[in-house]
Design a protein around this ligand. Structure first.
Ligand SMILES: [Zn+2]
Length: 296
């Protein structure tokens, strides 16, 4: 029954396209609109759920690696600014980035803090060098070296890139630019060769960002919290037993704050256990729309 199958496929595609659209138009994803046409979405979503460690796809390690990529995609890492919104009785407005102590710690600041500048550039260079070297190994007779082409593209630029151009900050978001995949194809690589290079490279990029930027940041922030008498335990106790005289008026407590993160984690977990189409964003939307609910 080919017609019925086609209609079913069509409806499924249409629904997925609609979900993709509403996800992209959500608050956290507004940064994507100007560069949407420059993203290789197929590769982006393959990379999001790709894992080269031999861990089972349902393992905790895999879940946390996917979660980190998705948090970067949605610019939703639990930074100090994020914590201030959720636990204002613990995190005062005067808390700044624990590395430089001069700026508010937003998602963007994590990667643009001047204390991290050299590390981010090193991570970028390592990522591009890896892709270029491996491409040139497979396509040795091309006129221009892949490095020559890639380092001239906007996806290599990091600071002061116009918002309508794909820059390295978008690679940190876990997005794969079309400029990389088309360059590799133009150098003579097949789709499967591109995939074999790109999936591990994107995985290594995310791992570098985690190990060299986010993890050290967390260690320093926890040290600072401890020095102020905030242990992991006391943060939880204070949060659960928030006094009614808390600085947060009861009217603004209508959103159960912890549940959004739970939903978010269970969405990632379920998608890993039960599998997901690359556009299965229904669960994701609930999480992303949370910041809008918070300010309502
Ligand atoms: Zn800083």
């Amino acid at each position: 029954m080919p017609i019925e199958t086609n209609i079913r496929h069509f409806l499924k595609d249409a629904l997925e396209a609609r979900i993709h659209e509403s996800w992209l138009s959500s608050y956290n994803m507004s940064y994507v609109a100007p560069i949407q046409h420059l993203v290789d979405w197929q590769f982006t979503f393959e990379c999001l759920f790709h894992n080269i460690d031999d861990a089972l796809p349902t393992s905790r390690q895999h879940s946390s690696s996917v979660l980190f990529k998705l948090q970067n995609l949605n610019r939703a890492l639990p930074t100090l600014e994020w914590l201030k919104l959720r636990q204002p009785h613990i995190y005062s407005a005067s808390w700044f980035c624990c590395l430089c102590n001069t700026q508010k710690e937003t998602w963007h600041h994590i990667y643009s803090c001047f204390k991290n500048a050299q590390s981010v550039l090193d991570i970028r260079d390592r990522f591009f060098k890896r892709i270029c070297d491996q491409t040139d190994d497979l396509a040795p007779l091309t006129v221009y070296s892949t490095w020559q082409i890639m380092s001239a593209s906007s996806s290599f630029s990091f600071n002061n890139a116009p918002s309508d151009q794909f820059s390295f900050i978008h690679l940190i978001n876990s997005l794969v630019p079309l400029s990389i995949t088309t360059t590799m194809a133009a150098q003579g690589l097949s789709q499967s060769q591109i995939k074999d290079i790109l999936l591990p490279a994107m995985f290594a990029l995310s791992k570098d960002l985690y190990n060299l930027i986010w993890k050290p940041r967390c260690d320093i922030t926890i040290q600072r919290q401890l020095s102020m008498g905030l242990s992991q335990r006391s943060k939880k106790i204070k949060y659960r037993n928030r006094p009614t005289s808390s600085i947060v008026p009861p009217s603004s407590q209508r959103v159960p704050r912890a549940s959004s993160l739970d939903k978010w984690s269970s969405w990632v977990h379920n998608s890993l256990v039960f599998g997901t189409n690359w556009l299965n964003f229904q669960g994701l939307l609930e999480y992303i729309q949370f910041p809008i609910v918070l300010f309502r």
